[in-house]
Design a protein around this ligand. Structure first.
Ligand code: URA
Length: 216
């Protein structure tokens, strides 16, 4: 598959470890939640490496002045978890981005047609100029939900080049659609799996991320 967008699979042992825990069908809900939270933390850390806006200044240490770099508080940042499963990544992401605003977007998919529909939209009518957005969507499967999320977000004024997606398992159909429509987008995922089964689940994947995170 030739991809124009940039998909990063960080080579970090902690990401591999927590992915393995999340994939294991014997992992109980409470540990699955921990795994998703840790994946949210480490993938957000990787995704924000060259993305967080900084300002250069100086600080006075107890001994002297020196150059200093701070996160620029003037640039608006938002985290958008795609409900339900995206909520499982949220507290990990918020550990890295404590000052970002959180906007909830609830999307469900019709299990017969696999089409996404929106049942909750907490996005503002327009995002402030230059807003940076981190989308939390653990499973990039058929691409229906993430494409709908991208449309809702970019139609409110966000430049796709300012958006990063954190996912846990990505699959080629979703990546192909994103690639065809958003060349400047960057995606950070713990793994890319080969394919989908007839019900739209990623194989080997980790099952239904929402059900496993919420014990349903
Ligand atoms: N959503 C999930 O939770 N798991 C999949 O495998 C695909 C979509």
């Amino acid at each position: 598959m030739s991809l124009q967008l940039r998909v990063y699979v960080p080579e970090h042992p902690l990401i591999k470890h927590w992915l393995a825990v999340a994939r294991d069908a014997n992992t109980p809900t409470v540990l699955f939640k921990t795994a998703m939270s840790e994946l949210g933390r480490w993938l957000t850390y990787e995704a924000t490496r060259n993305w967080l806006p900084t300002i250069e200044t100086t600080v006075q240490t107890p001994l002297s002045t020196c150059d200093a770099t701070f996160i620029n508080p003037e640039v608006p940042m938002g985290v958008i978890p795609i409900l339900r499963a995206g909520l499982a990544l949220l507290d990990g992401a918020q550990n890295i981005l404590p000052v970002a605003s959180t906007y909830h977007l609830g999307l469900s998919r019709n299990e017969s047609t696999l089409e996404a529909s929106c049942y909750l939209n907490n996005l503002p009518d327009r995002f402030p100029p230059q807003t940076k957005i981190l989308i939390l969507e653990p499973m990039l499967a058929t691409g229906g939900s993430i494409m709908m999320a991208m449309k809702e977000i970019t139609s409110r004024g966000v430049d796709p080049a300012e958006i990063r997606i954190v996912s846990v398992v990505a699959s080629p159909p979703a990546l192909r659609q994103l690639s065809e429509n958003y060349q400047d987008l960057q995606i950070y995922s713990a793994i890319i799996d080969e394919g989908l089964n007839s019900k739209g689940y990623i194989v080997p994947g980790l099952g239904d991320a929402g059900d496993r995170a919420f014990g349903t």
